[in-house]
Design a binder for this molecule. Structure first.
Ligand code: URA
Length: 425
C-alpha cells in the first residue's frame, strides 16, 4: 500500500477501505509518512468529507492506536460526559458530584484549554494539592469509593488522535464534522463507558457556530456510538453568551462552590440540572422527570454538595487555598437598560489575554485571573452600577472598554434565548 495511491483515491472522491484508513493513520503515528503527506490527506477529508463507514473506520483505528479502559469492575451504573468546550463552562465540576450522589459512577478524563476556551484540567489545577494524574488502579479506587473522579486525559488513550489533532490545529483543519466526530468519539469509547452524554456547545464562543452544522455533528457521533453499542446522547447548548458568571480557572471553581452553597446563575443552573438528569436517567434507565426530581432533591438536601467536597478532598485538593490571588478592577455601566447579549468570544479573548489560557502547550497560565459578570443576560443595569469585575495580575490594554463593549445594553428587554437548544439521540 502507498500513501500517494490512497490520497489519489480520496482526490477522486472514492470511498476508502478500512485498511487504507488504517494504513494512513498508523503510518503517520509511526513516522513513516510525514506531516506534509498527512496534511494533504486531512485536507481532502476536510474538503470532501467521509461517509459514515469511513468515519467509523477512522474512529476505530484511532481507538486501537492506544489503550482502552475496562470499567467492568465498577459495581455501579456508569456514565461519561463530554463538553466540546465553552466559555465559563464549569459543568463537569458541578454535574460529576450530583450524578455520583445519585449512585451513578462518573469516570471523567478531561483536557486542558483548547484555543480560547478553558479546560477542566486547568480549572482543577487552581486547587492546590488536587491530583490529576491518578494511575489506573487509583482511578478505579477513587470511583468505587467516591463515585466520581476527574483526572487528566491519559497520554495512552487514542494516541493517533493526539498526533492528528495537533497537526489539524497547526494547519487549520479543525472544523470538519468527520474529523471532530472521530476525534471525540475515539477518546470517549476508549475511556470505557457504555453511556456517553455530550454537551455540544453552539455559538460565538464555540467551535460550532451554527445549529445546522452542530446537529450534523451530533447525529454523526450518535451513529458512531451505535456502531459500538454505546448509548450516545448529544445536547446542543447555547454558547453565544458565557456560561454562568465567573470566567477564569480559580474563579470557575469558586462558582461551582457558590453553586453548591445555593447561589446559582439561572442558565448555569438550568444546564447543570438538565445534563445531570440526562446522565442519571440514561444510566439508571428511568424517566427524565424522575431523574430530575432526584437531582433537585440532592441539591436541596445537601448530598450533592457533600459529594463535591468529598471528591475534591479525596483527590487531595484543598479548596481553602484556591489560587485566587489577583487585583480587582471594577467596571461600572455607563448605560441604563437591559443586558440583551454578552459576546462570549470577546470575553474569552479578554480572559485569555489576561493569562488564563496558553498560546503554546508549554506556556504557564495565571489561575487567578478572569472576569465576573455581575450582570447576566436579561438583567437590568443602571448607569453607575457594577457591570462586572476584572481579576488581573497583568493588565490588558483597554481592558475596561473591551469588557464593556462585550455587553449589548438596550432600553427594551429582548426575549432571552433558551440555553438548551435540542437533544439528539
Ligand atoms: N475536541 C476534540 O477532542 N476533537 C476535536 O476535533 C475537536 C474538539
Amino acid at each position: 500500500m502507498k500513501a500517494i495511491d490512497i490520497i489519489e483515491k480520496k482526490q477522486k472522491n472514492e470511498i476508502l477501505e478500512y485498511d487504507e484508513i488504517q494504513y494512513m493513520v498508523n503510518s503517520y503515528v509511526k513516522g513513516k509518512i510525514n506531516d506534509k503527506t498527512m496534511s494533504d490527506f486531512l485536507w481532502l477529508i476536510y474538503n470532501n468529507g467521509l461517509t459514515l463507514d469511513e468515519t467509523v473506520a477512522l474512529t476505530d483505528v484511532m481507538i486501537k492506536s492506544g489503550e482502552e479502559i475496562d470499567l467492568s469492575s465498577l459495581k455501579m451504573p456508569v456514565v461519561d460526559k463530554h463538553s466540546t468546550g465553552g466559555v465559563g463552562d464549569k459543568i463537569t465540576l458541578i454535574v460529576s458530584p450530583i450524578v455520583a450522589a445519585a449512585g451513578v459512577c462518573v469516570p471523567k478524563m478531561s483536557g486542558r484549554g483548547l484555543g480560547l476556551t478553558g479546560g477542566t484540567v486547568d480549572k482543577l489545577e487552581s486547587i492546590p494539592g488536587y491530583k490529576l494524574n491518578l494511575n489506573r488502579k487509583q482511578f478505579i479506587e477513587a470511583l468505587s469509593k467516591v463515585g466520581c473522579a476527574v483526572i487528566s486525559q491519559s497520554e495512552k488513550i487514542a494516541v493517533a488522535d493526539k498526533k492528528i489533532y495537533a497537526l489539524r490545529n497547526e494547519i487549520g483543519a479543525v472544523d470538519s464534522i468527520p474529523l471532530i466526530a472521530s476525534s471525540i468519539m475515539s477518546k470517549k469509547i476508549a475511556s470505557g463507558s457504555d453511556i456517553i452524554i455530550i454537551d455540544l456547545k453552539v455559538g460565538k464562543g464555540a467551535f460550532m457556530k451554527n445549529v445546522k452544522e452542530a446537529t450534523k455533528l451530533a447525529k454523526t457521533m450518535v451513529k458512531i456510538g451505535k456502531a459500538y453499542n454505546k448509548k450516545v446522547i448529544c445536547t446542543l447548548s447555547d454558547m453565544n453568551i458565557p456560561l454562568g458568571r465567573n470566567i477564569g480557572n480559580a474563579l470557575e471553581v469558586r462558582e461551582a462552590m457558590d453553586f453548591f452553597a445555593g447561589k446559582h446563575d439561572k442558565r448555569l443552573y438550568e444546564l447543570s440540572v438538565y445534563i445531570s438528569s440526562l446522565m442519571i436517567s440514561s444510566a439508571k434507565n428511568i424517566s427524565f422527570r424522575r431523574a430530575k426530581s432526584i437531582v433537585l432533591n440532592l441539591l436541596e438536601n445537601g448530598y450533592a454538595k457533600t459529594k463535591f467536597y468529598q471528591w475534591i478532598k479525596y483527590q487531595g485538593g484543598d479548596l481553602t487555598k484556591l489560587k485566587e490571588k489577583a487585583k480587582k478592577y471594577i467596571v461600572v455601566s455607563d448605560k441604563t437598560g437591559y443586558v440583551n447579549s454578552i459576546d462570549s468570544n470577546v470575553i474569552a479573548k479578554l480572559v485569555f489575554d489576561l493569562g488564563a489560557g496558553r498560546k503554546k502547550k508549554t506556556d504557564g497560565i495565571d489561575y487567578a485571573c478572569g472576569v465576573i459578570l455581575n450582570k447576566q443576560l436579561g438583567e437590568k443595569v443602571n448607569k453607575g452600577e457594577i457591570l462586572g469585575v476584572i481579576y488581573y495580575n497583568k493588565k490588558v490594554e483597554d481592558m475596561e472598554n473591551i469588557f464593556k463593549d462585550a455587553f449589548n445594553i438596550e432600553k427594551r428587554k429582548r426575549q432571552v434565548k433558551k440555553i438548551i437548544i435540542s437533544t439528539v439521540k
